[in-house]
Design a protein around this ligand. Sequence first.
Ligand code: NAD
Length: 255
Amino acid sequence: MRGENLEKEIERVAFEIKNSPYTTVLTGAGISAESGIPTFRGKNGLWNKYRPEELATPHAFERDPRLVWEWYAWRMRLVFSKEPNPGHKALAEMEKIGLVKSIITQNVDDLHERAGSRNVIHLHGELKEVICSNRSCDYKVEAETILNEIEKKLPTCPECGSLLRPGVVWFGESLPTEELSKAFQEAEKSEVILVIGTSAVVQPAASIPLITKRKGGKIIEINPDTTSLTGVADVSVRGGAGEVLTAVLEVLKKD
Ligand code: NAD
């Protein structure tokens, strides 16, 4: 049984989406939490157990590539074994019926795509991709093909001999320019941006909703906790992405 307040917020979110000519979505680790993939921050977050500077930085990789690779191999296997949840599926359905135009994600999993979303912009790269650590070499390979070898030998580039590395953006690295500029354009065009499952502390992703807001659009936040965007959000729904998005979709389909 949902509380009266939550019901009202769900109706409001559906109303805003219905009346917006262009709606985009920014997602973070929280949308995949219900699929069994831990977030970085918050209760049960990965950063409670590991230190980011020891694992997700170029410096960490230079110092101890095996440690970094072991952590990523563990995350890759975990992510590849998980399935999209009702939150991912509701967003894919909203795109299909034309009410959501794109998803800008900080997530490195591919659960949006596997749920059926088409227009997904990955700001922080993808775990399913492995790239060459030599920036002047553009060799790429599917993670699945090298994952079994990791324990025996760290993977090296068949073209230049450098170590291969996960195709994700580490702390201190720049975001892929093309994806970032697409994300900015989507935010500018939007009259509504749904901000789902992100603590909104990692820049520049966290500032993307502010672009929509500056253009006169609205920020709708869906998160069980307050975030650094709560103060500027037009609507804040305190709930899990799966339950809230499924309920919003039901209202949208009814109207
Ligand atoms: P974060 O870990 O900083 O924050 C997660 C947020 O999700 C929190 O605000 C939390 O309250 C919220 N949350 C938890 N359960 C939720 C639920 N059921 N529904 C809705 N929200 C829920 O995540 P972030 O802001 O995305 O941090 C950015 C970094 O985390 C990115 O660089 C991203 O690559 C990385 N990350 C990605 C994955 C993934 O791809 N699945 C997993 C962990 C971390």
